[in-house]
Ligand binder design. Structure first.
Ligand code: HEC
Ligand code: HEC
Length: 337
């Protein structure tokens, strides 16, 4: 009798193990348990050519806006630029309700910045989401977008970072709360094949690349439980926190409730000066950086945005916030959706 029970119990145990194994494989996957995918570092070095320095400066201070996240903003100035003389010296995300998230010092300072890190350590962090200490980076650092950064653009960014003025500023390290720290281990992906230069054959193709590099989608697509809401790409409603209160991102699809009424000139001015007609845009919209792009690049972005699916979603940050059933947030005109 006891023998039969033992056999039965071991069959049950095996079945449970099999089920749990399958369950993990098809739900959260194994990464939360075994750690993020990562490749070994190489000793590659990016040569500092004048072309790369110029391109790196253009990218970092324009479309990529690295210092927008990696510096304390100066809210007393239009567009809340990085605090002068502190560019890249790091920023704690307590202002966005994430006090545990720390965008580190990425200036060339040897001790408190990235001055002592190898080129490939930086390359792997930027495009593949593995920090210098081997941990998975929180994907607010837009490495899932930077995966598509061409090898040449990546080299340019790193070559330029090397010559940014060093700022001594010791920052603590991010401590992502459990279980989030486990789940995000599924996000990093090694880049093992060459990433060719951007397709410049049409403004739309060029715009698609720039929109990805600028992470427009990260702010302009609303999220529920950390996931983008399906069917709401570029439709706005993601909340950003400013000293004067929350601001919802705008609908930038070509719908009438989006930017369907814009022409190219309206768009270029919005991104260059942060103004739509007489209406100034909140500084959470990083026009301070995007405004440094060439007209051609901005026009390409507009061309691309015209090809995204129009979504009806009314928003207005000048109106009192009400609940919106589409983006599940409270924002001006929310109740009209
Ligand atoms: C939207 C905000 C944002 C932008 C834009 C951004 N970063 Fe980050 N970055 C972060 C945050 C937040 C972290 C910290 C993540 C963590 O600790 O888990 C980070 C981490 C990093 C790290 C990892 C450091 C380490 O610990 O190994 C590097 C390097 C870095 N960023 C460089 C850049 C560069 C270069 C750019 C521009 C190409 C850039 N970042 C753009 C927010 C941003
Ligand atoms: C860090 C978050 C963030 C990122 C990244 C971002 N935006 Fe915005 N954007 C906002 C917010 C917030 C607003 C709303 C500002 C307001 O209502 O004053 C906005 C407003 C706009 C507007 C004005 C719409 C209108 O008429 O009210 C346009 C156009 C726009 N964004 C385009 C873009 C494009 C294109 C990109 C990428 C190149 C981009 N944004 C990236 C946060 C962001």
């Amino acid at each position: 009798m006891a023998r039969r029970w033992k056999k039965f119990a071991s069959i049950i145990t095996l079945a449970v193990i099999a089920l749990v194994t399958l369950g993990i494989t098809f739900t959260i996957g194994w990464r939360p348990i075994i750690g993020a995918k990562q490749r070994a570092l190489t000793d590659r070095k990016f040569e500092a050519t004048s072309q790369r320095l110029a391109r790196g400066e253009y990218l970092v201070n324009g479309v990529l806006g690295c210092f927008g996240c990696h510096t304390d903003p100066d809210w007393s100035k239009p567009g809340a630029p990085p605090a002068a003389g502190r560019e890249g010296s790091g920023h704690v995300w307590s202002d966005q309700m994430m006090p545990w998230l720390i965008a580190p010092n990425i200036t060339s300072d040897k001790e408190t910045g990235v001055g002592g890190w190898s080129d490939d350590t930086l390359a792997r962090a930027i495009r593949e989401g593995i920090g210098h200490d081997g941990r998975a980076l929180f994907p607010i650092m837009p490495y899932p977008n930077y995966r598509w950064m061409s090898d040449e653009d990546l080299a340019s960014v790193i070559v330029y970072l090397r010559i940014t003025p060093p700022v001594r500023n010791e920052m603590a390290t991010t401590k992502i709360p459990f279980p989030l720290n486990r789940f995000i281990q599924a996000v990093p992906e090694p880049v093992t094949a060459p990433v060719p230069a951007l397709d410049q054959s049409t403004p739309v193709a060029r715009g698609a690349y720039l929109v990805r590099m600028a992470s427009c989608d990260d702010c302009h697509t609303p999220q529920e439980n950390g996931q983008r809401i399906p069917g709401m790409h570029f439709a706005g409603g993601y909340l950003l926190y400013e000293p004067k209160g929350p601001v919802a991102s705008a609908n930038i699809t070509p719908a009438p409730s989006g930017i369907g009424y814009y022409n190219e000139a309206t768009f270029v001015r919005a991104l260059r000066e942060g103004k739509v007609g007489a209406r100034p845009l909140h500084a959470s919209m990083p026009w301070y950086f995007y405004g440094k792009m060439t007209d051609d690049d901005l026009k390409s972005i507009f061309a691309y945005l015209q090809t995204v699916k129009p979504v009806r979603h009314q928003l207005d940050n000048a109106e009192p916030p009400t609940y919106c059933r589409l983006c599940k947030q409270r924002h001006g005109m929310g109740a009209t959706n």
